[in-house]
Design a protein around this ligand. Structure first.
Ligand code: ADP
Length: 174
């Protein structure tokens, strides 16, 4: 075990759930709630990824995550723009949480987890299987539906639904 990850008796188990969360869906929220039960602290952290062009700004995504997790006392929301393992070292976190929906997710996640292990052996990635109810659900699907003003109330919390409505105001121009 790496020196900087050594934990004494009674020390906190801190997990980080990193992602784009553009925007947070019921699929993410399900993982957040389940992970929060397993660890002392869960930090949900929005990756500030300059190569993707997101619908919501990092600040908006953080704000929505805070709103939908406000009933979970051991969950905090943050953002980062760094190597994940370095960010985690600074936060004294030892566990990465990721969700798996499909074989496609698995292949990508295996690559990410192996890379992170290569960079820092003291960090463990723990995968949580999707709730089958949400196995088809992704932020991109939600955005696609919202763009054409379809119903998303079964896919995202009300605060996110409202935020999507504001982004995709029907164009009243002729
Ligand atoms: P990223 O760009 O990092 O993949 P996402 O916001 O798309 O960010 O996803 C963050 C994490 O949440 C990933 O591990 C993804 O597999 C997981 N996830 C997304 N949607 C679901 C869902 N419906 N059920 C379970 N896990 C999910």
């Amino acid at each position: 075990m790496n020196q900087h990850h050594a934990r004494g008796e009674g020390e906190n188990r801190v997990a980080v759930y990193p992602g784009s969360f553009d925007p947070v869906t019921f699929g993410h929220l399900d993982i957040i709630r389940r992970a929060a039960k397993q660890f002392d602290r869960l930090i949900v952290s929005v990756l500030n990824n300059t190569t993707k062009s997101p619908l919501f700004s990092v600040e908006e995504r953080v704000e929505l995550l805070r709103e939908v997790t406000k009933d979970l006392p051991n969950v905090e929301v943050d953002s980062f723009r760094d190597l994940l393992v370095r960010y985690m070292r600074n936060k004294q976190a030892q566990i990465i949480i990721r969700g798996i929906r499909s074989v496609t997710d698995f292949e990508y996640e295996l690559q990410m987890a192996s890379t992170n292990r290569q960079l820092d052996e003291g960090i463990e990635t723990i995968f949580m299987m999707t709730n089958p109810k949400y196995s088809y659900l992704s932020s991109s699907i939600v955005k696609e539906i919202a763009k054409f003003h379809g119903a998303v109330q079964d896919l995202v919390p009300p605060a996110v639904e409202a935020a999507l409505r504001n982004k995709y105001v029907p164009n009243r121009q002729p």
